[in-house]
Write a protein that binds this ligand. Structure first.
Ligand SMILES: Cc1cc2nc3c(=O)[nH]c(=O)nc-3n(C[C@H](O)[C@H](O)[C@H](O)COP(=O)(O)O)c2cc1C
Length: 354
């Protein structure tokens, strides 16, 4: 039985977290994952550049109206003072935990020395960590750090950086078991995260390629980490978190969800999505979520091709409802995902779509 973990004053109900994914883990999706069992969710990254804070995209990301706590916001940048200011700004907007992004390999982030590029320059990384902790501590806001196993196979420095981060006052470290050089290629390894866990007193979380309840429980047991963080496997499958909690509690698999429940969840997700993004952007950005929910179902590719031509909320909702009604007439439960690797293949181009 795993001990219940805390991030600062927040006690988390289980060890299954949603990973921050720009363009995916917006407020509607985070809320849905939490409702379906994720104990914790981190926002999409927000830039530390103040000139970007009031763009529609950043303003939307910094809006946490109605979000259940703890509200964790990830910030990304290259300058310690700007990162400290960004932490203060996001606390003013409702952030209860500040996460520092040192894991994202997207070029747009790395060219500016942000994201995982910071792992190449440990001194700069540490100055950012110290500045952010310095800004958050007086407000009682815990700081967490998300990183990769290292910059490259030759410079697998997660352990060094994690030790420094712990000394600087970071309260939780997430390690994605790939180096920056790997991008999303190859398989994530968990030895590095196990070594970080063994060396630190603060909470340590494993991330990367955890795509089934059985694998989540195996990684928890084998590495001794406090929690696991799920990214791509939650896309279109937010109920994976309750499946993981069930597997951890019983050792058994839950039956796939009823088609009627998926219909209800997806239609409700779409409504909240439209109200956040508005009609034009909402319909466009909803397509990827709909694609993820439906991709493995019979007839999905034809349906999705046709759906891409729809440009209004009502017709998009009706089309999705019709597709799931037809499926529901044929089968009570969602067919088992053919193979967890399908999800990974669909997402081969991991460029952040923001
Ligand atoms: C579309 C997409 C966007 C992402 N955006 C972020 C981000 O904003 N911040 C971050 O730290 N990681 C980001 N990541 C990385 C994920 O948080 C996670 O570390 C990675 O996908 C590995 O976990 P997984 O195998 O469970 O997907 C992103 C990943 C994807 C696929």
């Amino acid at each position: 039985m795993l001990a219940r973990m805390n991030i600062g004053p927040y006690s988390l109900a289980n060890p299954f977290f949603v990973a921050p994914m720009a363009g995916v883990t917006d407020r509607p999706f985070r809320q849905l994952c939490k409702k379906l069992g994720a104990a914790y969710a981190v926002s999409e990254m927000l830039s530390s550049r103040p000139d970007l804070w009031h763009t529609p995209k950043s303003a939307r990301r910094a809006n946490h109206e109605g979000e259940s706590g703890p509200i964790a916001v990830q910030i990304s940048g290259t300058q310690a003072t700007m990162m400290a200011d960004a932490a203060r700004y996001n606390i003013d907007c409702g952030a209860q935990v500040i996460d520092i992004n040192m894991g994202c390999p997207a070029k747009k982030v790395c060219n500016q020395w942000a994201g995982s590029a910071l792992m190449q320059d440990e001194a700069r990384a540490l100055s950012i960590i110290e500045a952010v902790v310095g800004a958050c501590a007086p407000r009682g806001v815990p700081v967490t750090l998300k990183m990769r196993s290292g910059w490259s196979p030759e410079q697998r420095n997660a352990l060094n950086l994690a030790r420094d981060a712990e000394r600087a006052g970071v309260q939780m470290v997430v390690v994605h078991g790939r180096t920056r050089a790997q991008g999303y290629r190859g398989e994530a390894e968990y030895e590095t995260v196990a070594a970080v866990k063994a060396a630190l007193k603060i909470a340590v979380v494993a991330n990367g390629d955890i795509d089934t309840p059985a694998k989540a429980c195996q990684v928890l047991r084998r590495t001794g980490v406090d929690a696991v963080m799920i990214g791509r496997a939650a896309q279109g499958r937010p109920w994976i978190f309750r499946e993981m909690a069930h597997h951890l509690a019983t050792g058994e698999s839950l039956a796939p969800p009823l088609v009627a429940e998926v219909r209800q969840l997806l239609l409700a997700h779409l409504q909240v999505h439209y109200s956040l993004y508005g009609e034009v952007l909402g319909v466009r950005t909803a397509r990827k979520h709909i694609g993820w929910y439906l991709r493995d179902l019979p007839g999905a590719s034809e349906f999705l091709n046709a759906m891409h031509l729809i440009a209004d909320c009502e017709r998009q909702t009706d089309a999705v409802a019709g597709f799931l009604d037809e499926l529901g007439a044929r089968t009570e439960r969602l067919p088992n995902p053919t193979d967890s690797s399908t999800a990974q293949q669909v997402q081969t181009s991991m460029e952040v779509t923001t």
